[in-house]
Design a protein around this ligand. Structure first.
Ligand code: 5AD
Ligand code: SF4
Length: 482
């Protein structure tokens, strides 16, 4: 499996890695729900909103689907494989009906949106189908499904942001939290199903965002990741928003750069990250705001997708190879220590060996610390599916992906080697996976670093200076600076 060579907060980073929520006080609720999430960080954040709605309506969480009254699966449609994984898992989860014949199964998220009633009618796999903008209607849909009717709501909204709902943090490390700042996407990259499954772009009220971040900080969190399909096009205009939050009282519009600063000012001990940026929208204003605040992490996920101007045009990415390279240079000029990562698709329609080489050379130019790499998977209904033939044979797509992955491994290793001997401020996230004698944390540049606990009085959520003594392709190894 070549996809996703690393694990961070981004589209499909946790794909296939299901999780169940923490168990809250079981006596406080009369019913139990179980939820599993697939796909991007937005989906994981949405599940926390769903958990909050369900808690309000008498459902407590369980980690064990077999004892649940309600089993939910929050799904991803970005590639065919993501959908296959969910289908397989659904047949497993259906076993809940053996233990509890009254249990209900619901599909949430992008697959629900894409396949709509097909799930209920043809496949008879589930009792409820709920799209990403319809989670407020879950209690009503549950009541409907309880009477034996099939319940569907896949309406997309122009203004739903769930701004007023406080997410219930699920399976969190208690240090880093996701905060959704906008929903949907207006970009229409030709390969992408997201604009169809998540609808039009809309920005969430900045006051509710800042409040959520402050609440997280007060609960011990030390890092927030502001989430959106395209965070740089965040734009909130007071007049168009609710008067109860100050809209229409002469407040200025809020750009992403403004929002970043507002969140950075919550507390200097709160790290701020964001994902995902579109190269066409990330402004100098954002870069200067990042440079100005020490607690805004020096790391940008800047998906390139392809290094060929011709392919980029077919992808409807709206930038050229040269324009992208100039953007990378600008980032490095303003923040020479900035970490950079990318998303790359190999074998998009008509891609030649020369186009592929252009992708390889733009990777070298950008010196990505990490990339998420995929071979092209045609998605029904997208612009590319309608306009172009999926004409690159699978073995060619995979061979090119293999080459891209090998190059990225070399670039990641090179980037880590450059950090040898340097000292970084690290936020401790918890024990290292391998040993509870070691801490695991991240540098501002989003690199994972592992180091011995030693005798210091440290805990997760603390900052510590760590000197890099060794590295692998994916991880830095260090020692606490006395
Ligand atoms: N095929 C392969 N990869 C895709 N992505 C989005 N749509 C497709 C597709 N149809 C990748 C892009 C995007 C990331 C989240 O997933 O690289 O940035
Ligand atoms: Fe898809 Fe492009 Fe929007 Fe990202 S920016 S979600 S790739 S349409």
């Amino acid at each position: 499996m070549l996809e996703r060579m690393n694990h961070t907060m981004h589209e499909e980073s946790k794909q296939g890695e299901a999780y169940a929520p923490f168990v809250n006080d079981p006596t406080a609720y009369n019913k139990k729900f179980y939820i599993e999430s697939y796909g991007c960080a937005m989906n994981f954040a949405d599940s926390e909103i769903v958990a909050s709605i369900l808690n309000e309506n008498g459902f407590g969480a369980t980690r064990n689907f077999e004892e649940a009254d309600l089993v939910l699966i929050n799904t991803c449609s970005i590639r065919e494989k993501a959908e296959q994984t969910v289908r397989k898992r659904l047949t497993e989860l259906r076993k809940v009906k053996k233990y509890n014949s009254g249990a209900l199964i619901g599909v949430l998220g992008c697959m629900a949106e894409r396949l709509k009633a097909q799930f209920l009618e043809e496949e008879k796999l589930v009792d409820m189908v709920v799209g990403p903008d319809a989670y407020r209607s879950l209690p009503a849909l549950i009541s409907e499904a309880e009477t034996g009717q099939k319940a569907v709501n896949v309406l997309l909204s122009r203004d739903e942001t769930y701004a007023d709902i406080s997410p219930i943090r699920l399976d969190s490390n208690g240090v880093s939290g996701f905060v959704s700042i906008m929903r949907g996407c207006n970009n229409m990259c030709s390969f992408c199903v997201v604009p169809f499954t998540r609808g039009r772009e809309r920005s969430r009220d900045p006051h509710s965002i800042v409040k959520e971040c402050a609440d997280l900080f007060n609960n011990g969190y030390r890092e927030v990741t502001l989430l959106g399909q395209n965070v740089d096009s965040y734009y909130w205009v007071p007049e168009h928003n609710s008067p109860s939050t100050g809209g229409g009282r002469g407040e200025a519009a809020v750009t992403f750069a403004n929002l970043l600063e507002m969140v950075a000012l919550v507390n200097p001990l709160l790290r701020v990250r964001f994902s995902t940026s579109h190269p066409k929208d990330i402004t100098d204003d954002v870069l200067f705001t990042m440079a100005k605040h020490e607690n805004i992490c020096k790391y940008i996920h800047l998906p390139v997708q392809s290094g060929s101007t011709r392919v980029l045009q077919l992808m409807n990415r709206t930038y050229t190879r040269e324009w992208y390279m100039a953007k990378v240079d600008r980032i490095m000029e303003i923040m020479p220590d900035c970490g950079l990562s990318s998303d790359i698709i190999t074998g998009f329609c008509t891609e030649t060996e020369e186009d592929h080489q252009d992708t390889m050379s733009i990777m070298e130019h950008s010196k990505y610390d990490m990339s998420y790499m995929f071979f092209y998977s045609e998605r029904p209904g997208t612009l590319a599916a309608r306009r172009y033939k999926d004409d690159i044979p699978e073995d060619v797509k995979k061979r090119r992906l293999d080459e891209v992955v090998k190059l990225q491994n070399a670039l990641s290793h090179k980037s880590n080697l450059k950090d040898l001997g340097k000292t970084f401020k690290v936020l401790i996230e918890g024990n290292s996976k391998r040993s509870d004698k070691d801490w695991m944390g991240r540098t501002s540049q989003n690199k994972v670093i592992v180091f011995p606990k030693e005798q210091y009085e440290l805990n997760k959520g603390h900052y510590v200076m760590v000197k890099v003594t060794d590295c692998t392709v994916a991880t830095l190894i260090g020692k606490i600076e006395p």
